[in-house]
Design a protein around this ligand. Structure first.
Ligand SMILES: [Fe+2]
Length: 163
């Protein structure tokens, strides 16, 4: 009787496609993870106008970022490749703006977090474009993230009037 190979290494995906998914989704994981960390700092230290709304909506944004980062990361893993989500790597690669330490005004908090959302949206948009020719299932994930993140941007930014 022939020996059966049960090694769970077959993903059924072409290596080049998996490599593209890793290339475009890992930066999305990095930015969403960094945004969730900065979001908590902002959630704890915001003060001033619309306090409850801003404080609570930041937690909504954080929950979304963590869920989306998990979805993008697990897509890479499902295709058989690793990613680097270690804290050192996230800190080294993120483009998130630096938050000032300590208590911050509501307006300043929103401006910094919205700037961080825009950085995350830029890597999400790049992933949507880059995955168009290689993996539509992964592109579908980032399209969903783009819709949700842009809505969160609207909800948060609308706590302040445009200048
Ligand atoms: Fe809290």
């Amino acid at each position: 009787m022939a020996k059966t190979d049960f090694a769970p290494t077959q993903t059924g995906t072409v290596a080049a496609e998996a490599s593209d998914v890793q290339k475009y989704l890992e930066p999305v994981v990095v930015e969403l993870t960094a945004l969730s960390v900065n979001g908590k700092q902002a959630h704890w230290h915001v003060r001033g106008e619309n306090f409850v709304g801003v404080h609570e909506y930041l937690d909504t944004l954080i929950d979304h970022c963590r869920a989306w980062a998990d979805e993008a990361a697990e897509r890479i893993i499902a295709l058989g490749l690793p990613l680097d989500g270690r804290i050192e790597t996230v800190a080294d690669r993120t483009g998130q703006p630096t938050l000032e330490p300590g208590f911050q005004s509501s307006t300043e908090t929103i401006k910094r977090i919205v700037a961080g959302i825009d950085i995350a949206l830029s890597v999400v948009d790049a992933a949507i474009d880059g995955l168009d020719d290689s993996d539509l299932s992964s592109q579908d994930i980032v399209i969903g993230i783009e819709k949700g993140l842009r809505k969160d941007r609207w909800f948060l930014a609308s706590h302040i009037l445009p200048a």
